[in-house]
Design a protein around this ligand. Sequence first.
Ligand SMILES: Nc1ncnc2c1ncn2[C@@H]1O[C@H](COP(=O)(O)OP(=O)(O)OP(=O)(O)O)[C@@H](O)[C@H]1O
Length: 301
Amino acid sequence: MDNEPVIQISNLTKIYRDFWGRKKVRALNSLSLEIKKGEIFGLLGPNGSGKTTTLKLLLGLLFPSEGDIKVLGQPASNVEKNERIGYLPEESYLYRFLNAEETLDFYGRLFKMPAKERRERAAELIEKVGLGHAKRRQLKEYSKGMTRRIGLAQALINNPDLVMLDEPTSGLDPLGTDDMKRMILELKEQGKTVLMCSHLLADVQDVCDRIAILYGGELKVMGRVEDLLKEQDETQIMTSRLSDEAIKEIEQVVAKHNGKVGTIDHPTATLESLFLKTVQESKDRPGQRFVPDTEEKKASE
Ligand SMILES: Nc1ncnc2c1ncn2[C@@H]1O[C@H](COP(=O)(O)OP(=O)(O)OP(=O)(O)O)[C@@H](O)[C@H]1O
């Protein structure tokens, strides 16, 4: 069933206590939210707002002070449900002296996967995350981006139904970020549910269906990204390049309908698209300098 809730959090409060059991920090206060099967959900908030605490509670690594959490239909405290969950923590936790194949084999063993299945799944995931060229190198030699990639492969070794990603794109270059976003969207296509925490809001906007923003452990905003970002009182029309005369006529039509034209501009590309284009061109035409499509280039032609 597609609307089946995968995560149900109601009135969740977490108070960290000190050694003597005295209340120290109220990390979450009466948080309620529900995440459905097949959704990509972004949990956002400034440092210390309670995101990691929420993930740890969902994994059953912490116990709630109050409230109720169900994950995949079971109480979060039931650690058996973790066999259907993939988790990519914010910090790398992998063994530095193992290579990619050995790492995935190790985690496959933890999930009691038979040897043949482990080998096939590891090979498939290594290709998927783009580490085929480095699968026999020890992880201590990996760059930050490569470490993030093998982390994702590890999180997917058990073919989980729910994938929790803490800062999946942090430390990645634009190409790596693009790959990671594509892989996250593929998980959705496969019917998996993704919960991600990130401070990189543009990445969240690109992949998430819905988001929640936490502040001081409380839910402040929740909804569909599209709905939350829509400028309700404005209309945007994108056309091919128009002449000054055509623009004047459009302004007259808008005025006739009691509208007001705000800005008329030639939209700029993003620095990210320029970066990706440059890298692609460099691969396609080695040894040549890439000349972007600028006004200057057009004038010189
Ligand atoms: N083990 C702990 N003992 C006491 N307080 C803690 C503990 N872990 C977290 N906290 C506190 O709980 C609050 C929420 O922390 P949490 O790590 O969940 O925030 P976060 O939103 O993940 O932050 P960040 O964006 O920095 O990762 C913070 O005030 C933090 O200091």
